[in-house]
Design a protein around this ligand. Structure first.
Ligand SMILES: Nc1ncnc2c1ncn2[C@@H]1O[C@H](COP(=O)(O)OP(=O)(O)OP(=O)(O)O)[C@@H](O)[C@H]1O
Length: 98
């Protein structure tokens, strides 16, 4: 389980499989129910998959290791996810969870 927690909260259990399969999700749940991790963890998982697949594809193409790093470096510098937050406090909270 992400972040050292052993169980998902209800909102995390409901949202994670949908977000990890690229569905659009709107969540309305109580304060402190774990909403932040419910969208941060799937985003991290999707980014991990993108970079892993990219590395695998590049290695599979059997290019030189320098070319692999160069192309991976380029890929990682692209914007792959955006979190929009309405307040500075909320932004800090999300930053700390991420
Ligand atoms: N799966 C989990 N197991 C145990 N604790 C968790 C889990 N997920 C989140 N928490 C903890 O629960 C607390 C509240 O989580 P979080 O801030 O994500 O809730 P939230 O719904 O986003 O709150 P808010 O509505 O205030 O933004 C945090 O301390 C967080 O570390």
């Amino acid at each position: 389980m992400f972040s050292g927690f052993h169980f998902c909260t209800h909102v995390q259990a409901a949202a994670t499989p949908l977000l990890c399969t690229h569905k659009d999700v709107a969540v309305d749940a109580a304060t402190g129910s774990g909403k932040t991790l419910a969208f941060v963890a799937p985003l991290v998982e999707i980014l991990r998959r993108i970079t892993t697949v990219k590395a695998h594809q590049l290695c599979y193409d059997s290019r030189s290791i320098n070319a692999v790093f160069k192309q991976l470096g380029f890929a990682i510098k692209r914007v792959l996810g955006i979190i929009i937050s309405l307040t500075r406090e909320s932004s800090s909270q999300i930053f700390n969870v991420a």
